[in-house]
Structures are given as structure tokens and as C-alpha cells.
Ligand binder design. Structure first.
Ligand SMILES: Cc1cc2nc3c(=O)[nH]c(=O)nc-3n(C[C@H](O)[C@H](O)[C@H](O)COP(=O)(O)OP(=O)(O)OC[C@H]3O[C@@H](n4cnc5c(N)ncnc54)[C@H](O)[C@@H]3O)c2cc1C
Length: 525
């Protein structure tokens, strides 16, 4: 006889919370997830948006982390060919490139070859990329190549002193859509997803958890019971253990802010640049939302987790100076059209610098009564694996649950072959000839095969209702409200899409007004 409302309650609607909710719901558990703001409103919409092994972590000898993440890239690509795709990274080489002198590789090299002190020689980069290719066991992604920059489109935007580059593969992912699609799949498998719902307290009773919540819109409080609790509160995970769950301090988190800047498109091809600085750090320049280039990131200790992260002028200037050492076109603060910032919830392994702190995750299972699982750290790339590991802990208590299943199952809209994105766009335009190519590509990227369901029987653009600008129609807004938990304009403009880059304040006001009226209408019903 069931006594609790749910088998599993999850605090936090970032990639880890939603990934665990999806996996657990698919294994037959009854699941409830509470997110105090919008889904992906914290770190999971502020990443560099790469499914990557993390080439630079090889310098820290993090071989297992890199190998697991590299292998995982292709599993993820197959499951979401709409929101994730392969990208080539061009790594220009120059003898000035320097290691962070404290990495284990740098120290080892200095010991063996003292003359190399602090230098990152070309042969070492080639060796690292060889290792990256070998650890990754790639079937979809092409391997490393050497590039002569003097004679290639990749060399064109760069300063003349760069003659040689290496090119390797990693993948792009729309991070905030990844979160929402995991939540949607979880909900379709029976999970209850609550947004704007803050967990104010979770107390361990004899054999279950009593969870108190507040609805942030209405101010109403409510409670639920669950057999097991997962704390996936990201940067707030340690605070959740002490303040919300009321237990003694466990693992410690290191809060490391990373900021990005967005400028108008800096070059014409579709590859990224992996730029190495004289300070040993690396920064990416990535084609972004067709007309822009994304540049990031920084690593700055973020002392107060209560303070909302933003890109400081210092970080902006650091990133501008970084890319200005590579490209002919010189950027200044006036070229920056948008910035965003997030806080990495890194497991505190006592590393000296923010850049050196481990990116691996730690799952802590507290079995002293009803099960509690705390999640510390992790990457977007390892979210599915992390969820599987969390479910392994749960399986030790609930041996009746189904085995892992997420490796081969597409996320909503991702049920097409990994190399068939262009045919998806073509099929969409054939069925809906009124879509121009940019519009069709945006819809296919965001919704995959679900774009057909969203557009339904529309025969012309007018059938999709109001156009709020940048081809965002009433039909799409309604879909996002009804199926993807969007409540406010920002949820749509910055997390379900990046149309915020194309909206002016009048357009935002019109969208907000429409969404307010929709929300009031559904509250009255
Ligand atoms: C600058 C930067 C770049 C990065 N780049 C990459 C990359 O390219 N590739 C990669 O793989 N990884 C990357 N990462 C790492 C990755 O983004 C994070 O590891 C991941 O998003 C963490 O997800 P999460 O679910 O643990 O945390 P979050 O996304 O922060 O989610 C935690 C959620 O819990 C909610 N919450 C907290 N307390 C409560 C409460 N009491 N009640 C209800 N809800 C609560 C919060 O509102 C929040 O939404 C990057 C991170 C940063 C900051």
C-alpha cells in the first residue's frame, strides 16, 4: 500500500534535475520535480553549450572524465539531432602559447625538458588531440586534421602570424532546450513538473520525506511526501543540504563564475576557434544564432551565491582582449550586443585556481533513513550518465525498478537520423511552403519532428495567429506555454529560444502583455 505521494521528489529544474526526472519516470517511478524559477534559469542556460570531452582537462590528467564525456557525445547526438550537432574546432598554433604553469602536464614537461618551461609546443597539442580522438572512439565525428592557415578560409579572419592550426571535433547543444525537452519527456512518462515552486523545507520522517513548498506567483504554500529525495539544486546544492534539509554540512562546492559575450558575426564560416592565451587559459569563439559570434568563457571565483552573476566590465574586456590577439578585426566594448553569466557548481577538490577545480561530479547517497541523494558538480555533457548513476543508487533501495533505458531513446522531436537535419527542414518547407528557410531551420532546430505537430493544419502564416516579431507566432507561444512551462516573455525569448537577440523593447512588451492575459485567463478557468 503506497503511503507517500511520490516515489521520488527532485529539488531543482536544471539539466541534472530534469535528466534524473526523465530517467526515473521512464523506469516506472512516480516523480515530482520543483523548480523555484523557470526551468534552466540558472547554470543550465549559461553554459558554453558544448557536448565536449574537455580537451584542456587532459592537461590535468582527468582521463576518465574526458573519455566518458567523449564517448557520451555521440550517444547524445543520436538522441537529439535537432538541438545538438557536430562542430569543427580550429586551434591556431603560435609558439607564444603558454600553459597554466600549475597543470600536472606543465610540471611534468618542465621536469623532463626544463627548456620548455611553461610552453605548449605544437607536438604536444598534436599528441593531446591524438589522445582525444582515441579516447573518444568516434563513429560520427571526424578526427583531427592539420590546417595550413595561409591558404584556407579558416585562416582568413586571423592575423598573419598564425600559419598553422589543428582542427578537431566536438558538438554544440542548445543547453536550455535540452533541459526543457528532458522535462517534457519526463512529464510524458508521468512525472509532475512544477515551475516557480520553491522548496522551503524537506524533513526526513521515519520512512519518507515531508517537503514544504511555496508557489512563487500566488504565495500559497503546499506540501508533499516522497519515499526518496534528490537534491539537484546546482550551485545551491550545499546550501540546500544545510538550510533546506537541515543536515550538517557535507561536500563543499566551489562557485566559479563564467561569462560570455556575444558580438555580431566575426567571420563567415561555420567552424569554431579554440584560442589559447598567454595566461594558459583557453577561450572559444563560436558561430551563434546565424548572425552572431559567441565568445567565452571566464573563470572567476564567485564568493556570494546569493548574488546574481553578471558579466563584469573586467571580464568583458578580458574576453575582448583575448580575441583581439587572434583576429584582424579588432573588437571593442561597443561591439558587444549581449552578455550572460553563470556559476559553475564545482565540487571542491581543493584546487588552487578556479580553472583547475575538477569538472567531475560527485553523487552522495545518504541512506540513514529515507534515501537522500545529493548531486555536486557535473557538466551538461555528463547529465545523462549522472542521471543513470543516481538511478543506480536508487535501484539499490528499489530493486524492482526497470534497468537504464535513456542511451538509445530520442528526446521529444529528436526521432530522426543524426545526419538528416537538412531533409527535416526540406520536408517542413514542402508541407508548409509559406515558411522561409530561416524560419523553417529555426523551427526544425527547436522542435525537430514536433514542428509538424506545432504547425498542424496551417496553410499560411496567418493561420498561426499573431506575429510577435522575428517570426514568433501566437501558435508557437501557446505551444510553449501549454507544453513547455513558459510563463513570462523571458522564458520564451532567452530559454525556449534566443529570439531575445532580435526583439526590441516594444516587441517584448507586446509578448509580455499577451502572456499575462493568457496566464490570467487560465487562472480564472
Ligand atoms: C560558464 C559556464 C560554461 C559551461 N560550459 C559547459 C559546456 O560547454 N559543456 C558542459 O558540458 N558543461 C558546461 N558547463 C557546466 C554546466 O552548465 C553545469 O554543470 C550544469 O548546467 C549544472 O546543472 P545543474 O542542474 O546541476 O544546476 P542548475 O542548472 O543551476 O540547476 C539547479 C536549479 O535548482 C534550482 N533550485 C535551487 N534551489 C531550489 C529550491 N530550494 N527549490 C526549487 N528549486 C531550486 C535553481 O533555481 C536552478 O534552476 C558550464 C558552466 C558554466 C557556468
Amino acid at each position: 500500500m503506497r503511503s507517500s505521494d511520490f516515489d521520488l521528489f527532485i529539488i531543482g529544474g536544471g539539466v541534472n534535475g530534469c535528466g534524473i526526472a526523465r530517467d526515473a519516470a521512464g523506469r516506472g517511478l512516480s516523480v515530482c520535480l520543483a523548480e523555484r524559477n523557470d526551468l534552466a534559469s540558472a547554470t543550465s542556460s549559461a553554459s558554453t553549450k558544448l557536448f565536449h570531452g574537455g580537451l584542456r582537462y587532459l592537461e590535468y590528467f582527468e582521463f576518465r572524465l574526458v573519455r566518458d564525456a567523449l564517448i557520451e557525445r555521440e550517444t547524445l547526438l543520436r538522441a537529439m539531432p535537432h538541438i545538438a550537432w557536430p562542430m569543427r574546432f580550429v586551434l591556431p598554433y603560435h609558439p607564444d602559447m603558454r600553459f597554466d604553469s600549475e597543470t600536472p602536464t606543465s610540471r611534468l614537461l618542465t621536469r623532463i625538458l626544463p627548456g620548455m618551461k611553461g610552453r605548449r609546443p605544437a607536438w604536444l597539442i598534436r599528441l593531446g588531440l591524438f589522445l582525444y580522438d582515441s579516447l573518444g572512439r568516434c563513429q560520427i565525428l571526424p578526427g583531427t586534421e592539420r590546417l595550413d592557415l595561409a591558404d584556407s578560409p579558416e585562416g582568413q579572419p586571423l592575423q598573419d602570424r598564425f600559419r598553422l592550426a589543428f582542427e578537431y571535433s566536438d558538438c554544440w547543444v542548445e543547453d536550455s532546450r535540452l533541459v526543457v525537452l528532458n522535462a517534457r519527456d519526463a512529464a510524458e512518462r508521468g512525472a509532475r513538473i512544477m515551475v516557480r515552486t520553491e522548496v522551503t523545507s524537506a524533513r526526513r520522517m521515519k520512512d519518507h520525506w515531508l517537503i514544504e513548498m511555496v508557489d512563487k506567483d500566488s504565495g500559497q504554500t503546499h506540501s508533499a511526501t516522497a519515499d526518496m529525495l534528490v537534491n539537484a539544486a546546482g550551485p545551491w546544492a550545499a546550501e540546500t543540504v544545510t538550510a533546506t534539509i537541515g543536515q550538517g554540512a557535507s561536500a563543499r562546492l566551489r562557485h566559479v563564475r563564467g561569462s560570455h559575450i556575444v558580438v555580431e558575426r566575426l567571420y563567415d564560416h561555420d567552424k569554431c576557434y579554440f584560442l589559447q592565451g598567454s595566461d594558459g587559459r583557453i577561450v572559444f569563439a563560436i558561430p551563434y544564432e546565424t548572425d552572431f559570434t559567441l565568445i567565452g568563457t571566464t573563470d572567476v571565483d564567485h564568493a556570494d551565491i546569493g548574488e546574481r552573476p553578471y558579466c563584469t566590465d573586467e571580464e568583458r574586456d578580458y574576453l575582448l582582449a583575448f580575441v583581439n590577439r587572434y583576429f584582424d578585426r579588432q573588437l571593442s566594448a561597443g561591439d558587444v550586443v549581449w552578455t550572460y553569466s553563470g556559476v559553475r557548481p564545482l565540487y571542491d577538490d581543493g584546487a588552487q585556481t578556479a580553472a583547475a577545480a575538477t569538472r567531475d561530479y560527485v553523487i552522495e547517497a545518504d541512506t540513514d533513513g529515507a534515501l537522500l541523494i545529493n548531486i555536486f558538480g557535473g557538466k551538461i555533457t555528463t547529465y545523462r550518465k549522472l542521471a543513470e548513476h543516481a538511478l543506480d543508487e536508487i535501484a539499490a533501495h528499489r530493486p524492482d525498478i526497470a534497468p537504464g533505458w535513456t542511451a538509445g531513446v530520442a528526446l521529444p522531436g529528436g526521432d530522426f537520423p543524426v545526419d538528416a537535419f537538412d531533409s527535416q527542414v526540406e520536408a517542413l518547407r514542402q508541407r508548409y511552403p509559406f515558411l522561409d528557410i530561416g524560419w523553417a531551420r529555426r523551427l526544425a532546430r527547436a522542435y525537430g519532428t514536433d514542428a509538424f505537430t506545432l504547425l498542424g493544419d496551417a496553410r499560411n502564416a496567418g493561420d498561426l495567429g499573431r506575429d510577435f516579431g522575428a517570426r514568433l507566432t501566437q501558435r508557437e507561444v501557446d505551444w510553449l506555454v501549454e507544453k513547455e512551462w513558459a510563463r513570462e516573455a523571458d522564458d520564451i525569448l532567452w530559454r525556449r529560444s534566443k529570439l531575445g537577440l532580435r526583439f526590441d523593447s516594444a516587441m517584448v512588451a507586446r509578448l509580455s502583455d499577451y502572456m499575462d492575459r493568457q496566464t490570467r485567463r487560465s487562472a480564472a478557468e
